[in-house]
Write a protein that binds this ligand. Structure first.
Ligand code: T5A
Length: 220
């Protein structure tokens, strides 16, 4: 594992489609790392700063003016630039580990493979927004779409919420996303580890921990 551009902390991201269990595993990993004496900062995308949380609301809640694909891309990038500059880089520089629920691979998957915008442009724009920062390790939670859909329906029923604009994008869109994530992982197998996330929370958590453990052993 290479370090995040000279920073002492480590930067781990979770990626995957909706309902793959990222938020659940992010919380579990934080607890596991803290139990080993590692200070952890959790972030989520879009969000994680007041400005980025405001952008999240623009992207996820109805405004009466649905963003066009290019506008959507630029909003995700604006939120990321703020998060990297004000939260992630300072945390890494002070030796903390940062665990993020989504990061730049989501933009390549959703706005690139999903919406069909230029992936070369997105890669360059990601680099600009992140000032060159890249994750040390990315856990890609891959789940059967039917399993993910069942989890989302169960959550919506339990919390009396409805699917948001992007979650409603349709089966073709979500099939392109899954394929896109798989291609990103194949292109960078050292950084992106694919985790079969169809199992129970405990079973997935164990696979995540096995992927992270080597990095922890190197650090503590
Ligand atoms: N987006 C984001 C882009 O289009 N471009 C970008 O650049 C970025 C950064 C973000 C949206 O923005 C898009 C992607 C998204 O559409 P969000 O609300 O943050 O929106 O959505 P997600 O990141 O997809 O988060 P979700 O909460 O929808 O999915 P998670 O985090 O993968 O799943 P989680 O952990 O919340 O679990 C979902 C449900 O399943 C249960 C949980 O208890 C929960 O109820 N669950 C399990 N059940 C059984 N077995 C397991 N192993 C389970 N794991 C979790």
């Amino acid at each position: 594992m290479t370090s995040a551009q000279g920073a002492r902390g480590r930067f781990i991201t979770f990626e995957g489609g909706e309902g793959s269990g990222k938020s659940t595993q992010v919380r579990r990993l934080k607890a596991a790392l803290e139990a080993r004496g590692i200070e952890v900062v959790l972030t989520r995308e879009p969000g994680g700063t007041p400005l980025a949380e405001a952008v999240r609301r623009l992207l996820k809640e109805p405004t009466g003016d649905s963003p066009c694909d290019r506008s959507e891309l630029l909003l995700f990038l604006a939120a990321r630039a703020q998060l990297v500059r004000t939260v992630i880089r300072p945390a890494l520089a002070s030796g903390k580990w940062v665990v993020s629920d989504r990061f730049s691979d989501s933009t390549l998957a959703y706005q690139g493979y999903g919406r069909g915008l230029s992936r070369a442009f997105i890669a360059a724009a990601n680099d600009f927004a992140c000032e060159g920062l890249r994750p040390d390790l990315t856990l890609l939670l891959d789940v059967d779409p039917a399993v993910a859909a069942a989890r989302m329906r169960a959550r919506e029923a339990a919390t009396h919420t409805a699917a948001d604009r992007i979650e409603c994008a349709g089966e073709d869109f979500h099939a392109r996303l899954r394929q896109g994530f798989a291609e990103l992982a194949a292109a960078e197998p050292e950084r992106i580890r694919v985790i079969d996330a169809d199992g129970t929370e405990d079973a997935v958590g164990e696979k995540v921990w096995q992927s992270v453990r080597r990095a922890v052993d190197d650090m503590v």
